[in-house]
Design a protein around this ligand. Structure first.
Ligand SMILES: NC(=O)c1ccc[n+]([C@@H]2O[C@H](COP(=O)([O-])OP(=O)(O)OC[C@H]3O[C@@H](n4cnc5c(N)ncnc54)[C@H](O)[C@@H]3O)[C@@H](O)[C@H]2O)c1
Length: 249
């Protein structure tokens, strides 16, 4: 299977670490030039250095609409286009709804859902002009379950918004040659989840997963590379779970 992304340009948000960093590395591995957009500049710089010459750090906060548009303009100025956008930047909120606050709702929705909307809007003129583009949104199984493992109701609702936006964008942008898909991982080990993943919780979680294992970062990244490539040219509007079958259990 030829996933080659030779000569292509990607922007991956929240790519300083975790799933975003793994996706950036996988795309670079297929020959793509990748911008690692993140609020954590030093971590993004270190990750880009580790990945290699085709990875570039990019300071951006997806909660800042004007700043994100500027970051996209920087990429367009340097590369002349953006072929692939991965809306990965996200924050978690946990705990019972009785403890949740409006401030938490606003913060989570601003990063997880509005951030993906802002970045998608920012790349669209260039993608529509090129009649080519791949947008990959990182949802979560919390979108279907309404939160529940680590994420709370707010997190689940923000990710459900990602699933709906993925479908709507796919319908509107298909005629412009743009594929839009989402990946919905079950909990995997990253800086976001490790502090919460106690030995007991891991045991309980694995007991519910039909395949009896947590997915790896590389497995999520491989799916992103597939969706970023032309091998998946006829797939659009889908949200694909990487959950060991958990949602079906
Ligand atoms: N880890 C999991 O189990 C899991 C499961 C399902 C979905 N997800 C989703 O995957 C995505 C990545 O999660 P992760 O586990 O790698 O998390 P992580 O916390 O390890 O990494 C997230 C990255 O996003 C960056 N970021 C946060 N807010 C940002 C902002 N406003 N602008 C730009 N960058 C920002 C952080 O600095 C960090 O580098 C998130 O959308 C998350 O909701 C994670």
């Amino acid at each position: 299977m030829d996933l080659t992304l030779e000569g292509k340009t990607a922007l991956v948000t929240g790519a300083a670490r975790g799933i975003g960093a793994a996706i950036a590395e996988a795309l670079v591995g297929e020959g793509c030039a990748v911008y690692l957009g993140d609020v954590q500049w030093q971590e993004a710089e270190a990750t880009a250095r580790r990945i290699g010459a085709n990875a570039r750090p990019l300071a951006m906060d997806v909660a800042d609409a004007a700043g994100s548009e500027q970051a996209v303009r920087t990429v367009l100025g340097e590369r002349g286009g953006i072929d692939i956008l991965v809306n990965n930047a996200g924050i978690l909120s946990s705990g019972p709804v009785t403890d949740a606050t409006i401030e938490e709702w606003d913060a989570v929705f601003t990063v997880n859902l509005r951030g993906a909307f802002v970045c998608s809007k920012a790349v669209l003129p260039a993608m529509i002009k090129a009649r080519y583009g791949k947008i990959i949104n990182i949802a979560s199984i919390a979108a279907v379950r309404g939160g529940g493992v680590f994420g709370n109701v707010i997190y689940g609702a923000s990710k459900a918004g990602i699933v709906a936006m993925t479908r709507g964008l796919a319908r509107e942008l298909g005629p412009h040659g743009i594929n839009v898909n989402a990946i919905a991982p079950a909990p995997i080990e990253t800086g976001m989840t490790l502090p919460l993943l106690t030995v007991d919780l891991r045991k309980q979680l694995l007991a519910r997963v039909p395949l009896g294992r947590l997915a790896t970062l590389a497995e999520v990244a491989a799916l992103a590379a597939f969706l970023a490539s032309d091998v998946s040219a006829s797939i659009s509007g889908e949200t694909i779970a990487v959950d060991g079958g958990l949602l079906k259990a």
